[in-house]
Design a protein around this ligand. Structure first.
Ligand code: AMP
Ligand code: ZN
Ligand code: ZN
Length: 384
């Protein structure tokens, strides 16, 4: 089976008439109204929830950047040593579940795949290389699928960031984003052509997802922190659109009160976070969290020499209940029913689904295979 992630592909991008390949796969397979992401609606927490079935509070990747006080250390997606350090990565990703039960896997560029989680590395993986052309990524996946059956991986992933990138740079409704959506679809067409040559049409179970959606931002909608708190009152792991603040000693009340005076900002102490965020369990949650309203950004006023953003763009990270944060789910192949559209469902349910498709016993998770029984051609648990 192949799991593809189109980073930042909002669920409604599918309805723009720009994606003939995805439209065909959905028509001959399964589509969800949306894949509901976890909070914060950022890349690392969501990719790791998809492959573990755990909420970020339980798997530990609570943001793209966070402090881990229990390790005396910080995590950031751009920090090569951190992404390879298994101490940050809790739970059991599907490739570890599968390898432990005798399957070969190739989670290619999937967050977590560079770390020996539970002491185990996948058979194939690669250091994340942003500059590796998308067509080369497709070729690599086809090379794995072309291996003889006794060496071929049972589980392969493929990752593209072009749609997320355009969404940030130009906004979700821009022509440039439409063009990235169309290019992403063409990459899927390439994958399918190659795969059909190898194995025949429809021989592979293909699950195509995204991690979160995208909301339009613009320079007129900014919460300026300096108007409400002093810079030396707090350290921030992440700034926008979710501020994760570690107040200086004795300053927590000042920070909460100060941020509380800002419009378009929801401010929580760790203990007051909404239950639907499932975050309270982890020591990695900052003492104060402020979440911007949809489309708003959080920033410090530029200091001399810094450049403020002057164009509209896009952002994600917001409340996971927002429709604009809704992600993509399309599945196609022998295991799936044909022509089925299901209502939105949460991405925690994907891990037990993947385990079922691979025929392995899942580790305990926050998802349930039952939630997705309706999309399978065969009852859950029977061999595919
Ligand atoms: P976000 O803005 O949260 O959607 O983050 C997207 C960015 O995450 C992409 O543009 C990539 O540069 C980066 N990224 C995605 N996957 C990985 C990975 N496996 N390792 C490091 N960085 C990654
Ligand atoms: Zn992302
Ligand atoms: Zn992004």
């Amino acid at each position: 089976m192949v799991l593809v992630s189109l980073d930042g592909f909002r669920s409604d991008y599918l309805d723009r008439g720009l994606t003939p390949t995805l439209a065909r796969l959905a028509a001959e397979g399964v589509r969800a109204g949306a894949l509901v992401p976890v909070f914060p609606t950022k890349t690392f927490p969501n990719h790791y929830t998809i492959v573990t079935g755990l909420y970020p509070g339980r798997h530990g990747i609570v943001g793209n950047e966070f402090t881990a006080p229990e390790l005396g250390s910080r995590f950031a997606l751009h920090d090569r040593a951190a992404v390879r350090d298994p101490r940050f990565w809790g739970g059991e990703p599907i490739w570890v579940t599968a390898e432990r039960q005798g399957l070969r896997t190739a989670p290619f560029f999937w967050p977590g795949s560079e770390a020996p989680i539970g002491g185990l590395r996948p058979t194939w993986w690669a250091p994340y290389a942003h500059e590796l052309p998308d067509t080369a990524r497709v070729r690599q996946v086809l090379d794995w699928l072309a291996l003889p059956p006794d060496r071929r991986p049972a589980f392969v992933t493929l990752y593209f960031s072009l749609v997320d990138h355009a969404g940030h740079e130009f906004g979700p409704t821009a022509a440039e984003t439409d063009s990235a959506i169309a290019r992403a679809d063409a990459l899927l067409a390439r994958l399918l052509q190659g795969q059909t040559r190898l194995a025949g049409d429809g021989a592979i179970n293909l699950v195509i997802v995204s991690d979160h959606g995208m909301a339009a931002t613009d320079p007129g909608r900014v919460v300026w922190l300096d108007d409400h708190v002093r810079r030396d009152w707090l350290e921030a792991d992440a700034l926008s659109p979710v501020l994760t603040a570690w107040p200086a000693p004795g300053k927590e009340d000042s920070v909460v009160r100060g941020l509380g005076t800002a419009a378009h900002l929801r401010v929580y102490r760790r203990s007051e976070l909404p239950a639907r965020y499932h975050l309270k369990e982890s020591p990695r949650i900052a003492p104060v969290i402020a979440v911007a309203d949809e489309g708003w950004s959080i920033a410090w006023r530029a200091r001399p020499g810094e450049q403020a953003r002057e164009r509209p763009g896009g952002e994600h990270g917001y409340d996971n209940r927002l429709a604009s944060m809704g992600a993509l789910f399309v599945a196609h192949g022998p295991a799936f029913r044909r022509g089925v559209v299901v209502p939105p469902f949460q991405n925690v349910h994907l891990y037990p689904l993947l385990a079922d498709l691979l025929g392995v016993d899942p580790a305990p998770s926050d998802g349930s295979a039952d939630s997705l029984r309706a999309i399978l051609a065969l009852p859950a648990g029977s061999p595919h």
